[in-house]
Ligand binder design. Sequence first.
Ligand SMILES: [Zn+2]
Length: 372
Amino acid sequence: MNIKKTAALLDLNLRGRCFNEQWVIIQSDDWGSIRVPQNSEALEKLRRSTNKLSIFQKFDTLDSHEDWTELITVLDSIKDRTGKKPIFTSNFVTGNPNFEQIENHHFTHFFWDPFYSTYEKLNYNNFNTLETINYGISKGVIEPQYHGRQHVNHKKWLKSLSGGDETALDFFRLNMWIYDSLNSNSLRSLNAVFDSSDYTTEVVESEFYEGITIFKQAFGRYPQSFIPNNYFFNREWNSLLPKYGIKSVQGMKYGFETDNGERIIQFRRYNQKDKQTNSLVNLVRNVVFDPSMDLLTHKNDSVNWAKDQIKIAFALRKPIIIDTHRVNYVGGIDANNRIHGIEKLGNLLNWLVQKYPKVRFTSTAELATLYT
Ligand SMILES: [Zn+2]
């Protein structure tokens, strides 16, 4: 590892409470959300639009019964010394656009379906995906948490569509909104829901209420942790979260907010109680694990890179919070992507329990209680 990377990891892990226990938490975003539809016309359109597709544009698609079954099986096969299995915090997007209704209303209003209806509509098989997820929850290897009501900034999107933006309309016809991130690495895409001056406190709160209501219907419980889409969430809105039962906010080293939807303000996050609300806990991911990148770069170094990050975090006696998006474990577009991701996840977790016999797997909700 070069000096620059080592310095960045030291900076990420130096501050904050130290623990004698070696805690391991796994956090994974985007479950329940469509991204790339599983049809050849949409895939062809994406391929023609850029020669540099990201892993999200190449592989990320609605999760299925099969994806969940494979994930649950690998998690269920590993144990820490106390007999506890790895717990996968799966952050769900609880709704997807209803393209037909949006078009019927001439792009003047955002219509959406609960994610479990999307499973029924798009997973053309006889299995009930939601039932499989609930099976994983009952086995103690899946912990569902909240990633927003939808993964599209519908305020901005509808403006483009109703204003006749040809690219937006072209992609809409193929059930996609991801056109604006195709040729840039900007965080500021339509995926960032709360990057908009149109989001008033009232709108944020009503979307939050609707999203967690669907969450409760699906899982029989309310979420306790929240991860904003693309890490955009104005800090002033944090005070809304505890009244909906949210006790922690997940994220990376930096969070983002907007100054009336104009300027991006970047702020540093630490594993600690949020000063403003004095009840929320901020949690910072310190290990990035994206095995799908191996298929893009052909370097096959995702597991080694995760190991390097883990070694530094544990040397500094910090919990490791692994950031690993859904994209790594879904096979709806390319079955090899799921096979590879599941295999590498198994490799990494098996290495962890062997190299660090004292590791303890725990959930995001439990980790948050250690900082209160
Ligand atoms: Zn996301």
